[in-house]
Design a protein around this ligand. Structure first.
Ligand code: PGA
Length: 246
């Protein structure tokens, strides 16, 4: 695994017909300089992994349970994602934190479970607009980092995604100075706790073909977690090319 990562989060979008988008993406990027990850809905994970077999595209889940198995209707264990071909799992996305009241402690437990199953955890953190307006951004980010990352995180098993909640799906993007401030803060915080680990830090929130290159030029931005623009091969491909060139 390299440090540069273009990750697509399909959220609750995608059926069999969309596998063709992945085939087009694979054809467009036979030997990318960055890693490419697509996290489809669980129903598509196995087939998408088959489609991507032998290509530069890796696949991941969008959540997992903290337990290895048991009576948890509707949930998916980390080992099941791995069995379906996943190498990664997104954890603690703001939509999970909001829709399912996920706490930092639960995200940390899920991250441990992901590591136990050999998955790379893509741990998401980010402030709300109200928190930013109140001047609390770095305090919120620091607390989420401390609480959501268990002991044992390494650069090989964990990726951090900074996603300001107010930038997700809104078309609004922080200024490059704002991204710089938070990513530099995250890097320093991680260096304090996990000395010697050079984690991959992704920015997420309304990354599009027309703003990707600027964002990738920011120091301490190693890639992106992309929602809407990852659904169409043409858009995601342009973002991957921008990261390859960065
Ligand atoms: P967006 O979503 O790119 O559609 O803003 C990003 C995310 O939620 O990961």
């Amino acid at each position: 695994m390299g440090k540069k990562l273009a990750a697509g989060n399909w959220k609750m979008n995608g059926t069999s017909a969309d596998l063709a988008e992945v085939s087009a993406l694979i054809a467009a990027h036979p030997a990318p300089a960055c890693d490419i990850l697509i996290c489809p809905p669980a129903t598509l994970l196995s087939r998408l992994s088959d489609t991507a077999q032998g290509s530069a595209v890796q696949t991941g889940g969008q959540d997992c349970h903290a337990n290895a198995s048991g009576a948890h209707t509707g949930d998916i264990a980390a080992a099941m994602l791995a069995d379906a071909g996943a190498s990664h799992v997104i954890l603690g996305h703001s939509e999970r934190r909001t829709d399912h009241n996920e706490t930092d402690a639960e995200v940390a437990a899920k991250t441990l479970a992901a590591h136990g199953a050999g998955l790379i955890a893509v741990v998401c953190i980010g402030e709300t607009e109200a928190q930013r307006d109140a001047g609390d951004t770095l305090a919120v980010i620091g607390a989420q980092l401390d609480g959501s990352l268990p002991q044992g995180c390494t650069a090989a098993n964990t990726v951090i995604a900074y996603e300001p909640v107010w930038a997700i799906g809104t078309g609004r993007v922080p200024s490059l100075d704002q991204i710089t401030e938070v990513h530099d803060f995250i890097r320093a915080r991680l260096n304090d706790r996990f000395a010697g680990q050079d984690f991959s830090l992704l920015y997420g929130g309304s990354v599009k073909p027309d703003n990707a290159a600027q964002i990738f030029a920011v120091g301490n931005v190693d890639g992106a977690l992309v929602g809407g623009a990852s659904l169409k091969a043409a858009d995601f491909s342009a973002i991957i090319s921008a990261l390859d060139a960065a």
